[in-house]
Design a protein around this ligand. Structure first.
Ligand SMILES: [Zn+2]
Length: 299
């Protein structure tokens, strides 16, 4: 009820979004002037140079013909889904006429859930890879080709788990794995891996590197890196349960982002905080047109 009261009008949503984008007040992107006039529904005009800025420009709401209040409701609904959100559920909840719109919104919002390069993991971090899938498209007998490799990083918090990062990687080469580590983990952290060659040389990239190997075993055992293996099994359970395993490989990245967002905020008790965080990230994320999102599938 508080949500409905607070974001019942477009003006309320616009003002909230403007405060998220310019927490210290308006700042003209062209001249840096701090005073502006509201013009039209979503635009401000710089009082100094007359430059016009849209509140939604550069956010995932850019170019949307739907009201902002509907987007806000979508975010509110998604953050209330304990296990995960489906496009069909979103369509029904918002009363959207088109499944495709719901699907596109959900993927745009998933994309906003994790911001690469921001909030990298730190401290002691376990890193390992896991395979996902292998029987999609009924391609039996070619299972190995169809499997997807996912790199996972998990902060060690005593015996427990801190935040996580995960990403689909092309292969287990040093190039793939170390670019994942660089993106996911703050330099100066200690990266804890098994003895796989792909992790050799992390010291040169500014990390401490701790290697745990089990004598006489080639395959990494779950006991070596228990946190990564726990996260990997939770991920698979989530994909199989919430999404009935019906996750197309091309879109796996988006699901990994949603899982990461939810996992890293698993202790957040306040739905309002999740809402705020997702909206904030949606307002700071580059807009992704539908076409580009679908093209992404072919890489
Ligand atoms: Zn200006």
């Amino acid at each position: 009820m508080e949500f409905e009261r607070r974001f019942s009008s477009e003006a309320a949503c616009r003002d909230y979004l403007a405060r998220l984008r310019w927490p210290e007040g308006f700042c003209c992107p062209r001249c840096g002037h701090r005073r502006s006039w509201p013009i039209g529904n979503f635009r401000f005009q710089c009082a100094n140079c007359d430059y016009q800025v849209s509140v939604t420009a550069g956010t995932i709401f850019q170019d949307s013909h739907k009201p902002l209040s509907l987007w806000f409701r979508a975010i509110w609904w998604i953050t209330s889904q304990k296990t995960g959100a489906s496009a069909l559920g979103l369509q029904e909840n918002l009363g959207l006429g088109s499944y495709r719109t719901a699907w596109t919104w959900l993927h745009k919002l998933r994309r906003a859930m994790v911001r690469p390069g921001r909030d990298r993991l730190s401290g002691r971090v376990e890193v390992d890879e896991t395979y996902y899938g292998g029987h999609e498209d009924g391609a039996l007998g070619r299972g190995a080709e169809k499997k997807t490799l996912i790199a996972i990083a998990v902060e060690e918090r005593g015996a427990g788990l801190g935040r996580i990062r995960m990403k689909r990687v092309r292969d287990a080469s040093a190039q793939s794995l170390q670019s994942f580590v660089t993106e996911a983990v703050e330099p100066g952290s200690i990266v804890h891996t098994d003895g796989w060659d792909g992790y050799t040389g992390l010291e040169r990239k500014g990390y401490g590197h701790e290697v745990t190997v089990l004598e006489g075993r080639k395959e990494p055992a779950a006991e070596l890196l228990p946190r990564v293996h726990l996260v990997a099994s939770l991920l698979v359970r989530w994909l199989m349960g919430t999404h009935q395993g019906a996750v197309r490989r091309e879109y796996l990245d988006y699901y990994l982002d949603e899982f990461t967002f939810r996992f890293n905020r698993r202790t957040s008790r306040y739905r309002g905080k999740l809402f705020y965080r997702l909206l904030q990230q949606a307002a700071g994320v580059d807009p992704v047109p539908y076409r580009q999102m679908v093209n992404h599938a072919s890489d």
